[in-house]
Design a protein around this ligand. Structure first.
Ligand code: NAP
Length: 468
């Protein structure tokens, strides 16, 4: 998504670029995730580029396949495909004498004036080393590596994990499975949201009147920002209290008190990323579904053995166990000025000034980089703000004002100190374990308001940059 955006914005400026893609097609997370029930719980109209709106969405929240098709279509229509080198994994970037040497696993080598890393966040699957997993006789795979050759109908399916992915899987697979076991380590708060359909009349209106579509997007954005965005950065806010109330009422719809008790989280609403679903509780209450809360002891040839001694026989085991979220562009080796290795700079966790620039890595920029706004926002819009900001830095190079630009270490540290201070008021630090927290327990996210993100990325403060 962000790479397509960068290629389009560079072309708009008349800048030649090569796009490197490890896979054989575009679409990023929407290409890699193909699991049943895949959808986006961010409003579809908001989850589009501002220069390529899509009046055709069928409902408030779109299915994964439609989002994939949207990004593929934009990449095609804006000429990104012909500038993309597919099956080209970048293994090394090395800054030398004012430009970046780039090397790919397939032997390609090139030299570039600047590099934009648009490598995504939730990209490398987290595959826990369950004892005995290699002995399992059925099919086992991660949710982002779905094996479509494996039959699902009438099978005994187990899913490990209870995040957004697992909730979507439950909704899609319970009706198809003979048995569906959901292995829950930690209960999740679930915010219901009805997926309102758009009629043919709505679509015709959006097609005819782009301003009506923009008005809808403004409304969708405002709803999220006024409610959710304020809630997560202020634990004492009435917005968080309101979301808490809705989640608790939603949980109360679970009929069996014992199941309800086991589905009740022991931490505050929105501390982990909220699962947004109006269907999950219904799915897990079906007679063929079981919520397994006894911890997983090991995997055996025929199923999952839990600590209570029970063996859960399975044909298919899905690991909806999330992602290694601190990788960003790594494992690509990135070596900046004076031989400084990004892996060493990020040894204690990935950091970037305003999420886009790393000191001593000149003319190297990140989209949706470390500590960018994440969660229930439109990451498309986030990336758009960031690319416009990056383009202003690149303009300085093109106008000859400077030939190298990267954030100063002081600006980086000031930003980081403020970010950590603001983190103390967020809901993410109220006592849960989540992928939002880095290994020091600090939220790896934008801990300020979304308005501040928009303001800060409007134009670079050049005193925060080292230029040469
Ligand atoms: P996730 O939120 O990181 O959830 C991973 C789940 O696996 C958690 O329930 C976790 O339990 C469990 N788990 C991990 N290791 C385990 C182990 N060793 N034993 C037992 N359970 C284990 O991953 P995800 O559901 O794939 O979602 C990741 C992110 O992708 C989301 O937060 C969201 O940002 C994005 N996403 C978005 C949508 C959307 O509609 N927009 C849909 C899917 C995903 P614990 O909670 O105990 O750690």
């Amino acid at each position: 998504m962000a790479g397509i955006l960068a290629a389009i914005k560079l072309r708009d400026r008349g800048i030649e670029c090569d796009v490197f893609e490890k896979g054989d097609g575009v679409g990023g997370t929407w290409r890699e995730n193909t699991y049943p029930g895949l959808a986006c719980d961010v409003a579809a109209h908001w989850y589009t580029y501002s220069f390529a709106r899509n009046p055709e969405w069928d409902s408030l929240m779109a299915e994964g396949k439609d989002i994939r098709a949207y990004f593929q279509r934009v990449a095609h229509d804006f000429g990104v495909l012909e500038r993309t080198r597919f099956n080209s994994e970048v293994t090394e970037l090395r800054y030398r004498e004012g430009a970046w040497d780039l090397a790919c696993a397939n032997g390609y080598e090139g030299r570039y004036d600047f590099v934009i890393a648009a490598t995504g966040v939730l990209h490398h699957p987290n595959i826990p080393q369950f004892e005995g997993i290699e002995t399992f006789k059925g099919a086992v795979f991660h949710s982002a590596r779905w094996d479509h050759d494996v039959a699902l109908d009438g099978k005994r399916i187990g899913v490990i994990g209870t995040g957004s992915t697992a909730a979507q899987l439950a909704t899609a697979l319970v009706p198809r499975a003979k048995r569906f076991d959901l292995f829950q380590r930690t209960a999740q708060w679930v915010l219901p949201r009805d997926n309102v359909p758009y009629s043919e009349e709505d679509k015709a209106r959006f097609r005819k009147d782009p301003e009506a579509l923009e008005a809808l997007i403004r409304e969708l954005r405002a709803k999220t920002l006024e409610g959710f965005a304020t809630a997560v950065i202020d634990v004492d806010s009435p917005e968080l209290a309101a979301i808490e109330q809705i989640c608790r009422e939603n949980l109360d719809t679970v009929k069996d008190p014992e199941l309800r008790r086991r589905l009740t989280p022991d931490y505050r609403v929105a501390c982990k990323r909220l699962v947004i679903s109006s269907t999950f509780y219904d799915a897990i209450q079906q007679p063929n579904a079981d919520l397994v809360t006894s911890p997983i002891r090991r995997i055996e040839p025929t199923g999952v053995r839990t600590a209570d001694g029970a063996l859960h026989d399975l044909d298919v085991l899905v690991l909806a166990t999330g992602f290694l979220v601190d990788r960003f562009i790594r494992p690509t080796r990135v070596v900046g000025r004076d031989g400084i290795d990004l892996d060493d700079v990020w040894a204690d966790g990935p950091l970037a000034y305003l999420s886009v620039s790393v000191p001593n890595f000149p003319n190297f920029f990140l989209l949706n980089g470390p500590n960018s706004p994440i969660g229930n926002f439109s990451l498309v819009e986030v990336a758009q703000h960031q690319i416009e900001y990056i383009m202003q830095l690149i303009d300085g190079i093109r106008c000859g004002e400077y030939s190298e630009v990267s954030a100063t270490p002081e600006a980086m540290h000031t930003f980081e100190a403020e970010r950590c201070e603001a983190a103390r008021k967020t809901v993410w630090v109220t006592g849960c374990d989540s992928w939002y927290l880095d290994k020091n327990g600090v939220p790896a996210s934008w801990t300020f308001s979304y308005d501040r993100f928009v303001e800060e990325t409007a134009a670079p403060r050049m005193e925060d940059f080292e230029v040469r």
